[in-house]
Design a protein around this ligand. Structure first.
Ligand code: ATP
Length: 435
C-alpha cells in the first residue's frame, strides 16, 4: 500500500503538472526534478508562509539572499572540504555504488561482494574563470545555505546593530552529490533549503532551542502537515554532525517510511569561531548589556523545501467515493493550495453565461490572482480535475445567476472540495469566502 501510494503521488504530480523528472526528454538526470506550473505555486506558498512566519512577522529576524558560489575557503573553514562525506561501497560485480550505512554485506541489486569502504565528498566542485584548473580556481556549489549566513554575520550586525538573540534567515538552493538519489524528491542532488541561524548568548541556548522546536511544529501546522505524522528523534552524539552539541531530527511518516523532514541543531560557536580564525576577521559580538565581547552561539532550524512539498502532498492525498464514483483528491489547506478557486460557466455555448462567469472571474482575480478558469467538458469532470489538484472551491455561474429565478440573481453555487456539498452564495461574498 505504501509504495502504491508513493507511485500514485508521483504519477499525479507528473500528470497534473506539479513535478516532472529533470531533463526528461534526454532520459533524465538522476537526482534532479523540475517543478511544473502547479508545483511552483505550491512550493512558493510554502516558502512564503515560512518567510512570513519566521522573518516578516518577527522583530528579531533578518532576511538574506547570498550567492551560491562562494570562496572555497568558506567550506574549508566549515569543515565541509575535509569532512562532508559519506562512506561509500562499490559492488565488485555490477559496479553500483551505495552508502555503506544503508546496505548490508552484499549488493542489493546483484548479490555481489563489496569492495573496501571509501569516503566520498558530497560537494559539487567546479571552477571559476578561464584560467587552467588549479587550486585557486576551484569553487564548490554550496551544500547548505548556512555558509552564506555565517559569512554575512558581520555585515548584518554592522548594518542593523541587532540585540541578542537574533537570527538571519535564507531560502535558496543547496547541492549535494548524493550517492543514491531516491524516493522521488526526498533525496535530490539539487534541492531548496530554508535555514535560520539564530544567534544567542552561550548560556541561553536551551531556551532558544526549545522556542525553535515549537516553531517547527507551528510551521507544520500552518502548511497542513499533521502533528501525528511527525516524530522527534533525539540524535545520539555519535550520529550528530561534526559541529553539533544537540540535534533533533523531525521525522515524517513518508509513504516509503519514517524519514527526516527537518533538523534542529545547536551548533555552538563552531562556525563563527572557525570563520573568524580562517578569514582573520573579527566576528565577535559586543554585548552592550554586559560590555562583553564574544562569539555568539547558534541554534539552527533547517527546513528542506522539497521534503516539505512531499510531506504536504502525502498528507493531502485522499481517495474516496463521491456520488457513487471513485475519486482522488488533494486536501490541501487554503494556504498551501496552488489554486484557491476555479470559476466555471455552467455551459460554454451560452454567451450570456460565459460573459457573466468572465465577470466573476475577473472580479475575483483582482483580489486573489490564483483563480482558474475552466469551461472544458461537463461540470462533473471539471470538479474531478479541480479535486485532483486540491482546489478548495469551485464556483459555477448558471441561469439563476442571470436571474432565471429572480430571487437568486447574482448568486452562484460554491462547491466545497472535501464534502462535495454546494451552497448558494452571493457574488459579493465570494472574495471573503475563498480567502
Ligand atoms: P539526510 O540524513 O536525510 O541525508 P541530512 O541530515 O544530511 O539529511 P541536513 O544536512 O540536516 O540533512 O539538511 C537540512 C535539511 O535539508 C534536511 O532536513 C532536509 O529537509 C533537506 N535535505 C538534505 N539533503 C537533502 C536532499 N538530498 N534532498 C532534498 N532535501 C534534502
Amino acid at each position: 500500500m505504501a509504495d502504491d501510494k508513493m507511485e500514485k503521488i508521483v504519477s499525479l504530480c507528473k500528470r497534473r503538472g506539479f513535478i516532472y523528472p529533470g531533463s526528461e526528454i534526454y532520459g533524465g538526470l538522476s537526482g534532479t526534478w523540475d517543478y511544473g506550473p502547479l508545483g511552483i505555486e505550491l512550493k512558493k506558498n510554502i516558502e512564503n508562509l515560512w518567510w512570513r512566519m519566521f522573518v516578516q512577522e518577527r522583530d528579531d529576524m533578518y532576511g538574506l539572499d547570498a550567492a551560491i558560489l562562494m570562496n572555497a575557503e568558506v567550506w574549508k573553514a566549515s569543515g565541509h572540504v575535509a569532512g562532508f562525506s559519506d562512506p561509500l561501497v562499490e559492488c565488485k560485480k555490477c559496479k553500483r555504488r551505495f552508502r555503506a550505512d544503508q546496505v548490508g554485506q552484499r549488493c542489493p541489486e546483484c548479490g555481489g561482494e563489496f569492495g573496501p569502504v571509501r569516503q566520498f565528498n558530497m560537494m559539487f566542485k567546479t571552477q571559476v574563470g578561464a584560467v587552467p584548473e588549479d587550486e585557486a580556481s576551484i569553487v564548490y556549489l554550496r551544500p547548505e545555505t548556512a555558509g552564506g549566513i555565517f559569512v554575512n554575520f558581520k555585515n548584518v550586525v554592522d548594518s542593523f546593530h541587532p540585540k541578542l538573540p537574533f537570527g538571519i534567515a535564507q531560502v535558496g538552493k543547496a547541492f549535494r552529490n548524493e550517492i543514491a538519489p531516491r524516493d522521488f524528491t526526498f533525496r535530490s542532488r539539487e534541492f531548496q533549503q530554508m535555514e535560520i541561524e539564530y544567534f544567542v548568548r552561550p548560556g541561553e541556548w536551551e531556551a532558544s532551542f526549545e522556542m525553535w522546536r515549537q516553531n517547527v511544529h507551528a510551521f507544520n501546522k500552518a502548511v497542513g502537515i499533521p502533528q501525528s505524522e511527525v516524530h522527534e528523534l533525539e540524535v545520539a552524539p555519535e550520529d550528530r554532525a561534526h559541529y553539533s552539541k544537540r540535534t533533533i531530527d523531525f521525522e515524517f511518516e513518508f509513504p516509503f517510511g519514517r524519514k527526516e523532514l527537518y533538523g534542529l541543531a545547536y551548533r555552538t560557536d563552531f562556525d563563527l569561531t572557525a570563520h573568524a580564525s580562517a578569514s582573520g576577521k573579527d566576528l565577535s559580538y559586543l554585548d552592550e548589556a554586559t560590555a562583553e565581547r564574544f562569539a555568539p552561539h547558534v541554534i539552527e532550524p533547517s527546513f528542506g523545501v522539497d521534503r516539505t512539498v512531499l510531506a504536504v502532498l502525502s498528507s493531502a492525498y485522499r481517495e474516496d467515493e463521491l456520488g457513487g464514483e471513485k475519486r482522488i483528491y488533494l486536501a490541501f489547506n487554503k494556504a498551501a493550495a496552488p489554486i484557491k478557486a476555479a470559476v466555471f460557466p455552467l455551459l460554454k455555448n451560452k454567451p450570456q453565461l460565459v460573459a457573466k462567469a468572465r465577470e466573476v472571474y475577473q472580479l475575483l482575480k483582482k483580489v486573489e490572482p490564483r483563480i482558474m478558469w475552466d469551461d472544458n467538458g461537463n461540470i462533473g469532470k471539471r470538479y474531478r480535475r479541480q479535486d485532483e489538484i486540491g482546489t478548495p472551491y469551485c464556483i459555477t455561474i448558471d441561469f439563476d445567476t442571470l436571474g432565471e429565478k429572480p430571487e437568486l440573481i447574482d448568486t452562484v453555487t460554491l462547491r466545497d472540495r472535501d464534502s462535495g456539498e454546494q451552497e448558494r452564495v452571493a457574488v459579493s461574498e465570494l472574495a471573503s469566502r475563498i480567502a
